[in-house]
Write a protein that binds this ligand. Structure first.
Ligand code: C5P
Length: 470
């Protein structure tokens, strides 16, 4: 298969790509992917003469038959696409119940939406008849999936902050069902740091998202990222969420071992040495690997977050326990050491609580080095074929990460800046560089769930290439 190396592009193209990527808050590689993706999109404003022209037919949508979709239509020009979306969902046997926000009514009328959906259109929380007929709790619970399209910047902000002051936002707060949003807005609004913050929050809250696509804006003649996903893309995303079993699992048959969280190294029965790691990043990677079909064993230090879904989680306290559990879980195809393992432990752990003698504590605390679990795996006779470490640094990120890669015999290092002002430790966002022997890839600031998904996609690509080369 042919491949493009950004390094080999001519300077002018590289500069244009760099500027475009910076404008959209993406890496250059991500921007290339978006540009290539655009080629698959129908051209803006082109009249689509037949459904077949835009139907990619790559995903089986038959699972939509009989499914109930609550479609919240937001107030943006892309609301017109929802009429087509409803038609296509109904053609596949889905039942679509529409909710129109007051702003959406400026773009499409309840009459047209009602005629196409063949159902009652719900418009406002304070409509006495609606509340009497069916309350917001029932509306949210009776659906298999909630779709918000178009999801405006305002709607995303409300969702991210838990507002519930109209029917749409109340339904979204009250639901226990999966939610898919299709953002659509002006490119400047999309790249605004507030919208990007909200996007991360929503991703971390488990909200699914499709788009926005790159292209021309209907209202302003501007171009950039902000166009709502096309109706058929939405139909496919909905089908995938509603009947996920239909999807092939790219890491099925692969076994992964992960470490996550801090370790607690006891000084005496009540005191210990620890660090600020929350376990959020490691747990998110474990769950993303499981979603991709891998068998996942997570060895977690003490954390306050729940065990990830679909993952066998072993809880430990100390580095030595963590190492024993990791090595007992071998062999594995993939090992990702995310834990912030304490480098040292107390040399003489006291059996009883240490006492202040005449108001004086011990003069010093003698420390001994803990085993390096990652390094141990790197030189193990059952070394996993893909070994990934993390490098949390407060300075000289790349230099230290490269040295670590070599010293620990790892394949990749995910390096992140953990200086206190970055708020990575315990926070929800992470800005990382993926470092291998041949490449350094800088990722934009992402939510920890997004970092996890991107890393898992890299792992999938890695094994795809291995299979092709075999
Ligand atoms: O050497 P440093 O602690 O910076 O290396 C970080 C990487 O090594 C992480 O992947 C971490 O999980 C792993 N590590 C380990 N055992 C240790 C120390 C670090 O597995 N004792």
């Amino acid at each position: 298969m042919a491949s493009i190396t950004i390094r080999n592009l001519d300077e002018a193209t590289k500069q244009a790509l760099r500027e475009r990527a910076a404008r959209n808050g993406n890496s250059m590689e991500e921007e290339v992917r978006l540009l290539l993706n655009e080629l698959n999109q129908p051209q803006p404003f082109r009249a689509v003469s037949s459904a077949a022209e835009v139907e990619p037919h790559s995903i089986d949508t038959s699972g939509l038959a009989g499914k109930r979709i609550l479609l919240i239509i937001g107030g943006g020009i892309a609301a017109y696409k929802c009429l087509d979306l409803i038609r296509r969902l109904r053609e596949r046997g889905a039942v679509v119940r529409p909710v129109l926000t007051p702003a959406a009514e400026e773009f499409v009328t309840p009459l047209s939406v009602g005629a196409i959906s063949g159902d009652k259109v719900f418009t406002d929380l304070f409509d006495r008849e609606d509340e009497h007929d069916i309350g917001h709790i029932r509306l949210s619970r009776e659906a298999d999936l909630i779709v918000v399209a178009p999801a405006t910047a305002d709607m995303m902000a409300k969702m991210a902050n838990g507002h519930a002051n109209d029917l749409a936002s109340t339904v979204l707060m009250a639901t226990n069902k999966p939610v898919l949003i299709a953002p659509a807005m002006n490119p400047q609004m999309w790249s605004h740091s507030a919208t990007q913050r909200n996007r991360v929050t929503l991703a971390n809250d488990g909200i699914h998202m499709i788009g926005p696509n790159a292209g021309e804006m209907a209202e302003s003649g501007e171009a950039g990222i902000g166009r709502m996903a096309e109706p058929m893309q939405l139909v496919e995303a909905i089908a995938k969420l509603i009947s996920p079993i239909a999807e092939p699992k790219p890491l099925a048959g692969k076994r992964a071992i992960l470490t996550s969280g801090p370790t607690h190294e006891p000084i005496d029965p009540v005191r210990y040495i620890a660090n600020r790691s929350s376990g959020k990043q490691g747990h998110a990677i474990a769950e993303a690997l499981a979603n991709a079909g891998a068998e996942v064993i997570l060895v977690s230090g003490p954390v306050a977050i729940p065990n990830p879904k679909g993952v066998e989680t072993i809880r430990v306290q100390t580095a030595r326990e963590m190492q024993a559990m990791v090595e007992a879980s071998l062999p594995a195809d993939i090992a990702i050491m995310v834990a912030a393992v304490a480098d040292w432990r107390s040399a003489d752990e006291a059996d009883e609580k240490m006492k202040k003698e005449n108001g004086k504590g011990p003069d010093s605390l003698k420390l001994v080095e803990n085993p390096d679990i990652l390094k141990g795996l790197g030189h193990h006779k059952k070394r996993p074929s893909l070994l990934i470490g993390f490098a949390a640094e407060t300075e000289k990120l790349e230099k230290h990460a490269k040295a670590k890669l070599k010293r620990k015999n790892a394949d990749w290092i995910v390096a992140n800046d953990v200086s206190p002002e970055g708020g990575v430790m315990g926070g929800d966002r992470n800005t990382v560089k993926l470092i291998s022997n041949s490449d350094i890839e800088a990722w934009p600031t992402l939510g920890k769930v997004e970092v996890a998904e991107r890393l898992v996609q890299k792992i999938i690509d890695h094994f795809d290439v291995e299979t092709l080369e075999a």
